[in-house]
Design a protein around this ligand. Structure first.
Ligand SMILES: Cc1cc2nc3c(=O)[nH]c(=O)nc-3n(C[C@H](O)[C@H](O)[C@H](O)COP(=O)(O)OP(=O)(O)OC[C@H]3O[C@@H](n4cnc5c(N)ncnc54)[C@H](O)[C@@H]3O)c2cc1C
Length: 397
């Protein structure tokens, strides 16, 4: 990024991805969701054209770009009506972690498929009893003569039915014995995570679909690991550097989550603007009334601010300033979550009764837009982060 504009290369990438997105369009996404199909054709074409692997190093079959490029792909597809959660998970979180911390053998084995879209990976950290407090996760990896055994449960995990593997955040048996934290607040052991790539056809691994109200071909699942045996080389990176590795994946996750939201917000605003220009119930189009025009103008501003912060977060991440990138990625995620909720809500209001009719494609976006205030990190946890780390306020929880 230069002088607050993206590079020519990035802009061309956006244009090419937007064209691909338009070729499929929102109808394709909604029809797939309705019929219980996946967006496989789009995923495969995006992979073939190099968009999914744009941030994977060239030596492993990728485009050699960075997280800003991948976020641009995610945003443009979402703006064309195809918000792909698996983009946030597979190339962004899992791809980044393997590219940065995998062994040479792991990189050669996993990254080319990840780049061309032929392999898809899910990512699981959330647990029913831990929720936002990842320090409380109890999925545990036990050493075994043949590798590792995993026991535990994860929930709200996206795309497991489409994935060849799940990257599982677990604590190792030793780390489970870490004494309660000295602050005395509930005796939560500090998390010392390790990351394991678990094949979805492993013995002892099962998953159940959660009945969600989100209109999307991508589904969420509760996962059960009943003594699942994985080989020693399923451990990604180092057993002792898990927290650093995890954060290497979580900042890209937030940047991608923000792009997922700003793309969807752009789509809602475009629909609202178009409608406001045409719909006339008194003497002039409804968009001439400031009660309609101002909220849409506010959305335009909110979306642009969120996009700018997302680009800043990506640039800081690429520069290697991970703490500053963390702050910016959290702020981008927050701003984008607010922007998309407001944009979808205002677009519905602009459409009046039509806003709630399936034909106009807005009511279907409601639950998906709310997701951006909850995952991958909730707005409250972002505010906690900013209060504690940016403002230096005492931690309250
Ligand atoms: C559609 C969807 C897809 C998802 N995909 C994945 C995935 O692929 N992989 C994965 O690992 N997870 C995934 N998740 C899980 C998601 O990351 C969590 O839902 C999210 O982190 C919030 O956790 P929780 O649902 O347990 O809420 P809880 O932790 O139970 O929180 C409930 C509410 O309380 C608030 N709260 C909690 N603690 C505090 C506090 N200290 N201060 C202030 N407020 C607080 C939260 O902000 C939230 O509003 C997905 C979730 C959804 C809905």
């Amino acid at each position: 990024m230069n002088n607050f504009t993206e590079s020519q290369e990035r802009l061309e990438l956006r244009k090419a991805v937007a064209d691909l997105g338009k070729k499929y369009g929102r109808d394709y996404f909604e029809k797939a969701a309705k019929e219980g199909r996946k967006t496989t054709e789009l995923w495969q074409e995006a992979g073939k054209l190099g968009y999914l692997g744009v941030a994977v190093p060239e030596e492993f079959g990728g485009g050699g770009g960075d997280i800003g490029d991948l976020a641009a792909v995610c945003e443009e597809l979402a703006a064309a009506g195809n918000p792909l959660l698996l983009m946030v998970v597979s190339p962004a979180i899992v791809g980044t972690i393997i590219a940065q911390y995998g062994t040479q053998e792991q990189k050669e084995r996993w990254l080319p498929g990840l780049a061309d879209g032929s392999s898809t990976f899910a990512f699981s950290i959330t647990e029913p009893d831990a929720g936002s407090n990842s320090h409380k996760i109890i999925t545990t990896a036990y050493r075994d003569a043949d590798g590792w055994r995993l026991k535990g449960t994860k929930t709200y995990i996206s795309g497991v039915d489409e994935a060849s593997h799940v990257l599982v955040v677990a604590r190792t048996e030793d780390a489970r014995t870490v004494p309660p934290s000295p602050d005395g607040l509930g005796g939560t052991p500090h998390l010392k995570p390790a990351l394991f790539l678990v094949p979805t056809d492993s013995k002892g691994f099962t998953y159940n679909e959660i009945d969600m109200g989100i209109v999307s071909p991508e589904k969420q699942f509760t996962l059960f690991f009943d003594d699942v045996l994985v080989p020693a080389d399923a451990l990604i990176g180092s057993e002792d550097a898990g927290i650093e590795q995890l954060f290497a994946g979580l900042n890209p996750e937030r940047i991608m989550g923000a792009s997922f939201a700003t793309g969807t917000a752009r789509l809602a605003l475009a629909k609202a603007t178009e409608y406001a220009k045409e719909r006339q119930v008194w003497k002039a189009p409804i968009g001439s009334h400031q009660a309609i025009a101002h909220p849409l103008a506010e959305s335009f501003i909110e979306i642009e601010m969120a996009r700018l912060m997302t680009q800043k977060a990506a640039a800081l991440y690429v520069s290697g300033d991970f703490m500053a990138a963390g702050e910016a990625a959290n702020m981008a995620k927050y701003a984008a979550g607010e922007a998309v909720c407001n944009a979808v809500d205002r677009a519905i209001q602009t459409h009046g009764g039509n806003g709630l009719a399936n034909e106009y494609g807005l009511v279907q976006m409601l639950a998906g837009s709310r997701l951006s205030r909850i995952a991958p990190v909730s707005r409250e946890m972002v505010l906690n982060f900013i209060a504690q780390f940016s403002l230096g306020l005492p931690k309250s929880y």
